[in-house]
Design a binder for this molecule. Structure first.
Ligand SMILES: C[S@@+](CC[C@H](N)C(=O)[O-])C[C@H]1O[C@@H](n2cnc3c(N)ncnc32)[C@H](O)[C@@H]1O
Length: 244
């Protein structure tokens, strides 16, 4: 439900199960959500997998488009916890699932409260195939590559994998590495977000903020969500290497 996801992004808050207003964080932007929807409308995946669900904002865009295009399942992986140990209240991932359920996506969901480095091999072992993957979990180079390693083994030809936080050098390196595989090509990228100058600060602080804003505007800007399409089986020989 785009309107609900948009409301979460614009307000930076969500409504908990008891009606309390809860601040949210770490979510994708609206233009990135629209980009994810577009991919799904284009390729019409049956099954998608997502690493890093948090408050469920990206999952809302994915599930909305999946439902619209006849997809059957969204595998949602996050470290969790779903509930806080101390009082059994919903924690971040649990609130994400709550958001997805309240928008009517509960029947699409397969929830894995587990590190992705353990969940993805289990999914592979059971023979899982996916046609869309969104990687937005732990952003170190090694973790992102491990996530991609398993996604690649489950992704059908014609499927798409999207990486969030592509402006981070570690994620960017993984994308550059994957771009050297003969079986992948760039599919697309989200809109480059313009820095916004909005501050209630006054005097010197405002001048400094404005200066930083101008510097940021002058720097080359890159898209933060990058998607690659699998265009063939991964048939690289065992000693294959291409510098990146
Ligand atoms: C940037 S947030 C995800 C935001 C979400 N995609 C959205 O747009 O609303 C990153 C999430 O990854 C999860 N995470 C971190 N390391 C992980 C791992 N090894 N396996 C699975 N999830 C992980 C965190 O718990 C956190 O909720």
């Amino acid at each position: 439900m785009r309107s609900y996801a948009e409301k979460l992004i614009r307000s930076g808050t969500m409504e908990g199960p008891d009606g309390a207003v809860i601040p949210i964080n770490s979510q994708i932007s609206l233009s990135e959500g629209i980009f994810l929807e577009k991919i799904i409308r284009d390729i019409r995946p049956g099954v998608s997998v997502e690493v890093g669900v948090a408050f469920g904002v990206s999952s809302l865009f994915i599930c909305g488009a999946l439902k619209e295009t006849g997809g059957t399942r969204h595998i949602a992986i996050d470290l969790g916890p779903i509930r806080k140990k101390e009082n059994n209240e919903l924690d971040r991932f649990g609130l994400g699932i709550h958001n997805l359920e309240r928008c009517g996506y509960g029947s699409l969901l397969e929830v894995w409260e587990s590190p992705s480095e353990l969940a993805l091999p289990d999914l592979l072992r059971r023979g899982q195939r996916v046609q869309f993957a969104f990687i937005d979990g732990w952003h170190s180079f090694d973790h992102t590559l491990v996530d991609f390693f398993y996604v690649n083994k489950m992704l059908d030809v014609g499927g798409v994998v999207a990486f969030h936080d592509a402006v981070h050098p570690n994620v960017r390196k993984v994308i550059r590495h994957v771009m050297t595989y003969p079986s992948y090509r760039l599919y697309g990228a989200s809109e480059v977000e313009k820095p916004v100058f909005g501050t209630a600060r006054k005097g010197l602080e405002k001048a400094v903020a404005y200066l930083l804003f101008v510097i940021r505007r002058l720097q080359p800007r890159r898209p933060n969500c990058v998607a690659l399409m699998k265009i063939g089986e991964d048939e690289r020989p065992w000693q294959w290497f291409a510098d990146f």
